[in-house]
Each structure stands twice: as C-alpha cells, then as structure tokens.
Design a protein around this ligand. Sequence first.
Ligand code: XIL
Length: 481
Amino acid sequence: MTRPTRWRRHSAIASLVLATAATLLPTPASAAETTLGAAAAQTGRYFGTAVAAGRLGDSQYTTILNREFNSITAENEMKWDATEPSRGNFTFGGADRIATHARNNNKRLRGHTLVWHSQLPQWVKDIRDANTLRSVMNNHITTVAARYRGQIDSWDVVNEAFADGTTQLRPSVFRDVLGSGFIEEAFRTARAADPGAKLCYNDYNVEDWNAAKTQGMYNLVRDFKARGVPIDCVGLQAHFGSGGPPATFQTTLTNFAALGVDVQITELDIANAPTTGYANTVRACMNVPRCTGITVWGIRDSDSWRSGENPLLFDRSGNKKPAYDSVLSVLNGGTNPGGGVQVGVNYRLVASHSGKAADINGASTAAGALLIQWTAGSGLNQQFDFLSSGEGYYRVRARHSGLVLQATGTSTGADIVQQPDANSAAQQWRVVDHGGGVISLVNRASNLALDVWSASTADGARISQWTYTGGANQRFQLNRV
Ligand code: XIL
C-alpha cells in the first residue's frame, strides 16, 4: 500500500497532532475496572485475599496484594495457636504485621478466627472443667477482639463447628465440655469486645443447599436471629473441587441472606482454577444483594494451602491466570462483556490457523499503516488494547502508536489500517466469543470479519476483512501481555 503524499510530507506534524489527540481521548462511558478490588467496589463489594505475614517481604507478592485486593484476612496469624500459645500468654507479632499492612495500605481487615477446634493449642484441648473452659474462651475472645477493636470489618467468631454430612455439631473440646451453647456465648462475648465488627459464623461444605450441614448451619442462624443472639453474617468458605460451586450455590446465598444476615465468600479456591467455576461462584455473589464480598484463599498458586492443585488466580510467577480474567469480567458486568475482552488490558491477537500475531507493518507509527500477520514476538506493534464504544462494540488500539484499527471500506478484501481514534463505525468491532479466549472481530460499518488473506501462514500476509465464516483465519487468540 502506498501512503498518501500528504502524510509523508507532514508526518512530523501529523504525529504530533495524533499524540495530542490520543491524550485527549475521552474515557469510554462503559469503562471497566482493571483490578479485582476496584471492579468489586463498583457494586459496593470487596475482593480480598488471605495473607501470610511471612510473605509480606516478597515484593512480587505485596505488589499483587496492594494492586488487586481491597480486603485482607490473616491466613493463620489470628488463630488461637498463634495468639495465645499458652494460657494468658498473648502473642500478636504476625497478626499485628498483617493489621498494620492493611491499615497502611487502606485495605479492609477480616478477623479469622476466634473459636475453632483446629489450630487450637493442646492446653485448651486438655481442659475438662466447664467453668475453666468458659472463662478461657471468653478471655481469649475478649483479648484478641479488643486488640483489633475498630479495625475489623467482620470477625469469624466461630469456625467450622458443624460435622460433615450431618445437621449436628462436630465433637470438639468446646462442644464436649460446654455443650452447643458455646457458639451463642462466643458471639455475645465478641459483640461486647468489639461492637463495631460484624460477627460471622464461618464453615465449609455448606455451599450446597441440599447438604445436611448447610441445613444445620441455617437452623443455627435462624435460631440466633429469632432469639436476638448477635450475628451479622455468614461465611461460606468455598473450597471447591474442579467442578466449581454446586448448582444450588446461589440458592444457598439467597436463603441465608433472607434470614437477615450478610453473606460472604470467605476462602475461595477451586482445584485447577477453572474459568467457569470461578465465574459461576462470583456471579452467584453478584446476583445476591447481601453477598457483600469475596475472599480468595491466597494470591499465587505457590502461596496456596492446596498448592498441588493450582487453585488460585495467579500462577507461581505472579501472572494472571485465565480464571483471573473471568472473575474480573463478572465483577465488571455481571456477565462476560465482549466475550472476555477486557478494557485496559494489552493483548497479542494470534491467528488460530497460523499462530502468527496481528502486527502493524514495520512498527510504523504513521496513520494508514497496514495490519499484517507476523511471527509473534515482544514488539509493541503486536500489542493492542480495547476501548469500549458501548453497545458491545470496541476500538482496537495499537500500543506502539496509539492509533486504532480501521476498515478502509465496506467491501470484502478492504485493507485494515491504523488511524487516529475518531470512534467512527469503521473503527468499531463486535466481539464474537469462541470460548477459551478465542475471538473474531466483526466491523460495525462493513459487517465483515477481520481475516488473514487467503488463510496464508506467511509472515507479512495482509489482514483484511471478509464475510464472516468463523474459520481459523478469522479466529484470534487473545494473549494477555
Ligand atoms: C489453612 C491455612 O491456609 C494453612 O496455612 C494452615 O496450615 C491450615 O489452615 N479452613 C479455614 C482456614 O478456616 O483457616 C484454613 O486455613 C483452611 C480451611
């Protein structure tokens, strides 16, 4: 393609004008947020993670933490074995480091957990006298909750009190010595110690409405609400297998919320981090107004207590996984806007038939430069982000130039070039979602699809527009860069 003379002659002025124009582009009306916390905040929710104090010195870890999450749960540091390892000897080193990090970085803090049969020191398990245990339990709750009074959004007051597969409490020193009333007593004591914190009952295997354990927990919460025992929220841990949440998950959230408590997803992780399982979990929360927030149980797969199952949103190198994209997308829209295309994210567009990347010819920054395919590399002229034009249409902006892709006409075979963003119909593309991050792009003005000429696999083959067939030379894998 020959460039029009006027562009050659005035290229310096032209690029100056273009650069200025690029900085003046209006924010798209339907701009989506680009971090989990900010995306959740759009609907008044939080998106948090479990944090281990010992990892706060890892800069990759804290970079992701500070960027993505707006709530923190101490993974282990506020548990009984950490905070009162021997009777009356309170140690808050790790817990304080986490609370300080939350405060300094403007994150909410969830308290986890005051009364639990696990990670419980042997000296507590050995108590046989009810009066002693009652006073030990209440002293523990009071001391820990009072230390963080005013800093905690929600406390998991009692954790995992129900037995799997039943509606009954599991055996524990608390149940065995104090009877089932220990839960009520714990909540009343916690309320007195930190009246500003929401008080939650937290458990796992209570996500399926049809499970006996869910019914046991539901009856407890209903009874507490009926009798005025202070309870404000329930936490569903949501440690899922690779199938994701049970089909009844949203029903469970809805039914708990209808009792007059907030519902929170408190420890989410899913074996192998399937995009659908994560999206379904987050969507269920988004669909229930009193589902107020979601916490994932760790940041990178290497940080996870289920590390062998790679269940989290970031890989061992701190890269976002596909499940991250699906979660962000649901938080941003409740649906999957643009078939997984995220505004504000840079992608390579890799043609499915050739494995070659969409590329602005010669890395030209000039208006009118042609779109071709080339062996995928790290060049910024192979990186594009999406700008929303509303109604499901997007402009596709080349990173090296700031110019957007434009069809040069409405006929089949017309070139695709880069031009200054005017948000014109020839610059707007509809996303056809093929799943797995593979899309086709259909031009708004021509209704023709982005298409590698003659399905060529050669470097330099022209990408033009053609009647949409959904063929491999019209399919592009979105590779986040
Ligand atoms: C886990 C932590 O992630 C591990 O580091 C620790 O060794 C054991 O506890 N339910 C809970 C969490 O409520 O506190 C547990 O956390 C996971 C199951």
